[in-house]
Ligand binder design. Structure first.
Ligand SMILES: [Zn+2]
Length: 137
Protein backbone atom coordinates (compact mmCIF):
# COMPACT_ATOMS: atom_id res chain seq x y z
CA UNK A 1 0.00 0.00 0.00
CA UNK A 2 1.34 3.44 -0.92
CA UNK A 3 2.76 5.52 1.87
CA UNK A 4 2.34 2.84 4.45
CA UNK A 5 5.12 2.71 7.00
CA UNK A 6 4.96 -0.23 9.32
CA UNK A 7 7.93 -1.29 11.36
CA UNK A 8 8.80 -4.89 12.06
CA UNK A 9 7.55 -4.82 15.63
CA UNK A 10 4.13 -3.65 14.57
CA UNK A 11 4.05 -6.27 11.87
CA UNK A 12 4.90 -8.98 14.38
CA UNK A 13 2.20 -7.70 16.70
CA UNK A 14 -0.33 -7.97 13.91
CA UNK A 15 0.56 -11.52 13.03
CA UNK A 16 0.54 -12.51 16.64
CA UNK A 17 -2.91 -11.07 17.22
CA UNK A 18 -4.26 -12.41 13.96
CA UNK A 19 -3.34 -15.96 14.83
CA UNK A 20 -5.07 -15.63 18.18
CA UNK A 21 -2.20 -16.99 20.19
CA UNK A 22 -2.66 -17.56 23.86
CA UNK A 23 -0.46 -18.96 26.56
CA UNK A 24 -0.61 -22.31 28.25
CA UNK A 25 0.99 -23.19 31.53
CA UNK A 26 2.94 -26.45 31.61
CA UNK A 27 2.67 -26.44 35.39
CA UNK A 28 -1.10 -26.23 35.95
CA UNK A 29 -2.23 -26.83 32.36
CA UNK A 30 -4.45 -23.78 32.12
CA UNK A 31 -4.65 -21.59 29.02
CA UNK A 32 -4.99 -17.83 29.01
CA UNK A 33 -5.21 -14.86 26.70
CA UNK A 34 -3.29 -12.72 25.99
CA UNK A 35 -0.12 -14.82 26.35
CA UNK A 36 1.95 -13.78 29.35
CA UNK A 37 5.46 -14.72 30.47
CA UNK A 38 3.98 -15.90 33.77
CA UNK A 39 0.90 -18.04 34.41
CA UNK A 40 -1.85 -15.80 35.88
CA UNK A 41 -3.22 -18.75 37.86
CA UNK A 42 -0.18 -20.31 39.52
CA UNK A 43 2.64 -17.80 38.70
CA UNK A 44 4.74 -20.46 37.00
CA UNK A 45 7.10 -19.19 34.32
CA UNK A 46 6.95 -22.49 32.48
CA UNK A 47 4.51 -21.28 29.83
CA UNK A 48 4.21 -21.94 26.12
CA UNK A 49 2.33 -20.24 23.30
CA UNK A 50 -0.67 -22.07 21.92
CA UNK A 51 -3.03 -21.32 19.12
CA UNK A 52 -6.51 -20.74 20.48
CA UNK A 53 -9.72 -21.88 18.77
CA UNK A 54 -11.45 -19.18 16.73
CA UNK A 55 -14.93 -20.31 17.72
CA UNK A 56 -16.41 -19.83 21.13
CA UNK A 57 -19.46 -18.94 23.15
CA UNK A 58 -20.46 -15.57 24.47
CA UNK A 59 -20.60 -15.76 28.26
CA UNK A 60 -21.64 -12.18 29.03
CA UNK A 61 -21.22 -8.70 27.63
CA UNK A 62 -21.11 -5.05 28.62
CA UNK A 63 -21.95 -2.02 26.54
CA UNK A 64 -19.50 0.86 26.89
CA UNK A 65 -20.81 4.28 25.97
CA UNK A 66 -17.68 6.16 26.90
CA UNK A 67 -14.60 4.82 25.20
CA UNK A 68 -11.02 5.91 24.77
CA UNK A 69 -9.80 8.53 22.34
CA UNK A 70 -9.41 7.21 18.82
CA UNK A 71 -12.17 4.68 19.20
CA UNK A 72 -14.78 7.28 20.04
CA UNK A 73 -16.36 7.30 16.62
CA UNK A 74 -17.34 3.68 17.12
CA UNK A 75 -19.08 4.32 20.42
CA UNK A 76 -20.91 2.51 21.92
CA UNK A 77 -18.60 -0.46 22.08
CA UNK A 78 -19.71 -3.93 23.11
CA UNK A 79 -17.16 -5.83 25.16
CA UNK A 80 -17.81 -9.50 25.68
CA UNK A 81 -16.42 -12.36 27.68
CA UNK A 82 -15.92 -15.23 25.24
CA UNK A 83 -15.41 -18.82 26.32
CA UNK A 84 -13.10 -20.62 23.87
CA UNK A 85 -13.21 -23.84 25.85
CA UNK A 86 -9.54 -23.79 26.82
CA UNK A 87 -9.51 -20.13 27.83
CA UNK A 88 -11.74 -17.14 28.31
CA UNK A 89 -11.09 -13.99 26.32
CA UNK A 90 -12.31 -10.44 26.89
CA UNK A 91 -12.81 -8.89 23.48
CA UNK A 92 -14.84 -6.39 21.54
CA UNK A 93 -17.94 -7.83 19.90
CA UNK A 94 -18.59 -6.49 16.42
CA UNK A 95 -21.30 -6.82 13.74
CA UNK A 96 -23.96 -7.10 16.41
CA UNK A 97 -26.79 -5.03 17.82
CA UNK A 98 -26.75 -5.13 21.61
CA UNK A 99 -30.36 -6.37 21.70
CA UNK A 100 -29.56 -9.45 19.61
CA UNK A 101 -26.78 -10.75 21.83
CA UNK A 102 -27.50 -13.66 24.10
CA UNK A 103 -25.46 -15.43 26.68
CA UNK A 104 -24.37 -18.80 25.25
CA UNK A 105 -24.58 -17.78 21.60
CA UNK A 106 -21.83 -18.92 19.21
CA UNK A 107 -19.23 -16.33 18.27
CA UNK A 108 -16.18 -16.44 16.01
CA UNK A 109 -12.94 -14.48 15.83
CA UNK A 110 -12.54 -11.87 13.11
CA UNK A 111 -9.58 -9.74 12.14
CA UNK A 112 -10.47 -6.07 12.60
CA UNK A 113 -8.97 -2.67 13.19
CA UNK A 114 -8.22 -2.20 16.88
CA UNK A 115 -7.21 1.43 16.99
CA UNK A 116 -5.35 4.13 15.15
CA UNK A 117 -2.03 5.11 16.63
CA UNK A 118 -0.64 8.63 16.88
CA UNK A 119 -0.17 11.28 14.21
CA UNK A 120 1.07 8.85 11.60
CA UNK A 121 -2.27 7.14 11.57
CA UNK A 122 -0.83 3.68 11.92
CA UNK A 123 -3.74 1.32 12.14
CA UNK A 124 -3.34 -1.58 14.51
CA UNK A 125 -5.32 -4.69 13.78
CA UNK A 126 -6.39 -7.36 16.16
CA UNK A 127 -8.87 -10.04 16.96
CA UNK A 128 -12.47 -9.23 17.74
CA UNK A 129 -15.47 -11.51 17.87
CA UNK A 130 -18.79 -11.50 16.07
CA UNK A 131 -21.88 -13.70 16.23
CA UNK A 132 -21.21 -16.88 14.25
CA UNK A 133 -23.29 -17.46 11.09
CA UNK A 134 -25.13 -20.44 12.58
CA UNK A 135 -27.04 -18.15 14.94
CA UNK A 136 -29.02 -16.64 12.09
CA UNK A 137 -29.57 -19.76 9.97
ZN1 LIG B 1 -0.17 -22.27 35.88
Amino acid sequence: MAGESVNVDQWRTRIYRYRLLGGRCRECGRAFYPPLPKCPYCSSEDVEEVRLPRQGKLVSYTILYSVEEGARRESPVIVGLVDLGVARVVSEIVDAEPGTLKSGMAVEAVFRRLYEEGDEGVIVYGVKFRPAPENTS
